[in-house]
Design a protein. Sequence first.
Length: 286
Amino acid sequence: MTELNVIETKNLSFTYGIGTPFEKHAVKDVNLEIKQGEFLGIIGHTGSGKSTFIQMLNGLIKPTSGTILLNGNDIWAEPKKIRNVRFKVGMVFQYPEYQLFEETVIKDICFGPMNQGLSEEEALKRAKEAAFFVGLPDNLLEKSPFELSGGEKRRAAIAGVIAMDPDVLILDEPTAGLDPMGRDLLLTQIYNYHKERKNTVLLVSHSMEDIGRVADRVLVMNKGEKAMLENTRDVFSKGYELRDMGLKIPQVTHIMQKLKLMGLDVDEGTLRVEDALRQLIPLLKK
């Protein structure tokens, strides 16, 4: 069966400050296809065009040139309907907890579905499902969002986007600023949500470990251009190329590559700590 593309970009470009001394090409001629149901990691150094690129995908920024197809349709064919695109391509910005504003957590999570025109009953059902997905217990739902911890606020904000049931969920640095336990928990919940819903998830992250753990493929942005788009293992096997772009490979992959060079029988493409342990424990026993 042919895999369907949920998003396709054709010669996608965006230039800031056209015709001024500050003119800057943020994204240049990006052509790519994002498959329905895949988990795509997006990496690149600061200023590589990642944020501009993802904001074009849900119509927050209009391309200077090029086309974005969502399920085969040009998202800018009818500019007055661009709001509908944002329901289908949900965006969670960095530090989304700063966007919480309602009296209670559950009202905040209901806000998106209500805006979609759902009944109060249906919006509440969606909100409770979303809260469950991100691991927010029922006893927090009637509290003020401002009474929550940092990690709980982050999960509440993400639940608000999940409750709209988007075809594509885009997360911009969702684990930024969280402690290691909070990061691992949130990442696991996002991964489980993806597996359960089978929708498409795009994760932008500076953490190569996070991307290595969850992504099927990785898009590498460099100076506004698509430098690579390959499966995760293949991307992180190109350590020298990534280092030239100011990027690193996951620490565990780096260690396994070093051990391989020392003559140990290990998989140098290992991306997860648990997979490394499975290989190293028998070797240590020997």
